[in-house]
Design a protein around this ligand. Structure first.
Ligand SMILES: Cc1cc2nc3c(=O)[nH]c(=O)nc-3n(C[C@H](O)[C@H](O)[C@H](O)COP(=O)(O)OP(=O)(O)OC[C@H]3O[C@@H](n4cnc5c(N)ncnc54)[C@H](O)[C@@H]3O)c2cc1C
Length: 579
């Protein structure tokens, strides 16, 4: 941003360590001064402040610092990462670490990995094995992301017709990924606006898609509007195959598989590897998801960003209607030319900016923002691997290396949702389980394993009370479901960690317990995310940018909102300087 700082950042690239240390010392000295009056004459404390040190905030910080901006990240918790976190939740077993909330990588685009050189900072992915479901009535199915021959053999066990349909389904999804993948990296245009710049962006988007034919547009329309159940009924007949393919349609969603819009949720979770165009290639980060955040934080620090922990922000400071800094919970005020917030929209706008400083329509949109999901994360330390009746043995086998699901059929999944919608925790919850320690030996002591169960659903208002005992009973039922297909499961558990919606909201700032800062429902996608007119990572407050998972391409650990918000801030700053 400032020319001097740009030069400093360039110098940093060469003599990084010494210069970065000097820059950090200077920044520390600057902020140790008496709190500034916002907008007082003289330079701001920083060029850019990032509110929230989740992975998106860290990505924004890295891009801004790389552009030469003096950048400060303010994280409320004692550690960075937000929902991308590795923790040791059992005080009596500090050697056992769990990837506590998010658990698998897919959507982080190569652009960000390369721009920030994340591999040099510890980003290391083990590709996942197959999707695996063992059935209570006997038998199992494995689905492979990139092995058509083995997929055919597996699916043939349940339906020859479905096995023949599978390559066509994969090709169909791959075709849609070609359209939807690049859209994830597109800044949504401000549809309906007549401003020349907005019209121009809308036309550019239309022009880019001029090659789409009638059938492709019809397929995209189907994907955006159908339920995953209806979509799969069009393609497959076997309940087992449909159950396997339905899971991605309901992950993190307050909707059962029969709800319109769940077909798109499946696509969002299946696109994967944006930029490379591969479908659904998921993987485990070594060291758990916290290590992804650590790699980004390290990359940000390397280019001079300062990260402050235990620094919860109380409100945004405004001067003449522009963002001019923030005030911390402890009363300290820190000024900056640009503020990027990466918090849930209710916190970022209604609490930190304040209704009085925002247009009425925008306030209404944020008040109406849907942010439920009824997710419960269950992390288990295991003394041995599950010994499935259908595929016996506690030795490490291929079916332990991917998703170890408990979602046998669509009616099973729908039943779990119906329970929760009627106000009860699911009697038989569904689970997207993984055992990252099949590859990653850094999380637990030798010979042990960690299993992460992403489960749904409990009622959508369980963010309001801890429901501790009911959550324990829910987790016990979930474990019983696995025990039916792997009879050693229950006895192999040595530690249990249960994180429900209340804890997600109060400890991690995930309001309503929604894992994405807001549902991926149709009315909250693309140009509507987080509100019409403000999907370009800018906000109604000049100088305030928005980088949370509640923007287009979020949620998930994809970093795209962080990158886009930083790019918007950098572009605006350059435009102002040019003027
Ligand atoms: C249980 C669960 C499972 C998931 N599984 C996956 C998965 O497997 N794969 C995947 O890609 N995605 C997954 N997700 C979604 C993904 O983790 C999130 O979409 C993503 O991590 C959000 O990143 P973010 O940076 O936008 O926000 P956050 O991670 O929420 O970061 C916001 C940060 O702001 C901080 N903060 C809050 N209030 C303040 C304040 N007042 N002042 C300062 N700091 C503050 C928070 O402590 C936090 O660090 C999962 C999420 C959950 C909850």
């Amino acid at each position: 941003m400032a020319t001097k700082a740009t030069q400093a950042a360039k110098a940093m690239a060469g003599k990084a360590v010494k210069t970065a240390q000097a820059a950090r010392a200077a920044q520390a000295a600057r902020t140790a001064r008496a709190p500034r009056t916002p907008g007082a004459s003289g330079p701001a404390d920083y060029d850019a402040i990032i509110v929230g040190g989740g992975h998106n905030g860290l990505v924004a910080a890295a891009y801004l610092a790389r552009s030469g901006a003096r950048t400060l990240v303010l994280e409320g918790r004692p550690k960075t990462g937000g929902a991308a976190t590795t923790e040791a939740p059992w005080p009596d077993a500090p050697d056992f670490k769990v990837t506590r909330l998010s658990y698998v990588m897919s959507l982080l685009p190569p652009t960000i990995i390369n721009d920030l050189q994340l591999e040099r900072h510890g980003y290391k992915i083990y590709p996942m094995g197959p999707y695996y479901q063992a059935f209570p009535e006997g038998g199992s199915i494995k689905l492979y992301a990139d092995d058509a021959k083995r997929n055919h053999d597996e699916v043939s066990k349940w339906s020859k017709k479905d096995a023949d349909a599978m390559p066509r389904w994969d090709a169909w999804l791959a075709g849609l990924a070609e359209v939807l993948g690049p859209l994830l990296l597109t800044v949504p245009p401000n549809l309906g606006s007549r401003k020349p710049r907005d019209l121009n962006e809308t036309l550019r988007l239309a022009w880019r898609h001029r090659g789409l034919d009638v059938r492709t547009i019809a397929d995209v329309t189907r994907l955006m509007t159908m339920s995953i159940a209806d979509l799969l009924d069009d393609w497959f007949e076997s309940p087992q195959v449909k159950g396997a393919l339905a899971v991605n349609g309901v992950i993190g969603t307050w909707a059962g598989p029969f709800e319109p819009g769940t077909a798109y949720v499946m696509a969002h979770h299946s696109i994967g590897d944006v930029g490379d165009g591969h479908l659904g290639n998921w993987g485990f980060q070594e060291g758990g998801m916290g290590a992804v955040a650590d790699a980004i934080a390290s990359a940000a620090r390397r280019v001079g960003a300062e990260i402050r922990l235990n620094a919860p922000v109380r409100k945004l400071l405004l001067k003449d209607g522009r963002a001019s800094g923030v005030e911390l919970e402890n009363g300290q005020q820190i000024t900056a030319r640009v503020v990027v917030t990466s918090l849930h929209p209710r916190t970022a706008f209604l609490d930190h900016v304040g209704r009085a400083n925002l247009p009425d329509d925008f306030v209404t949109d944020i008040e109406r923002w849907k942010t439920r999901s009824g997710v419960v994360k269950i992390n288990l330390a295991l003394a041995e691997l599950p010994d499935f009746t259908a595929d016996p043995g506690t030795n490490l086998q291929e079916h332990h290396t991917g998703s170890v699901e408990m979602a046998p059929t669509m009616p099973y999944i729908e039943r779990a949702f119906t329970d929760a919608r009627e106000g009860r925790p699911a009697v038989r919850p569904f689970s997207d389980g993984v055992i990252p320690t099949a590859f990653d030996k850094t999380l637990v002591p030798d010979g042990y394993h960690m299993m992460s169960l992403f489960t749904q659903w409990v009622p959508s208002d369980w963010n309001e009370e801890p429901h501790t005992e009911e959550l324990q009973a829910y987790a016990d039922r979930m474990i019983d479901c696995y025990n039916e297909v792997a009879p050693n499961f229950k006895s192999s558990i040595i530690h249990t960690d249960i994180v429900g919606p209340y804890q997600m909201e109060h400890e991690y700032g995930l309001i309503g317990g929604n894992i994405f800062h807001g549902e991926l429902s149709l009315e909250q996608l693309f140009h509507m995310r987080p509100a019409p007119g403000f999907a370009d990572y800018r906000t109604p407050v000049p100088g305030l940018y928005y980088a949370s998972s509640a923007t287009h391409a979020g949620g998930g650990v994809c970093g795209i909102p962080g990158m886009q918000a930083a790019k918007a801030a950098i572009a605006d700053r350059r435009a102002t300087r040019r003027k």
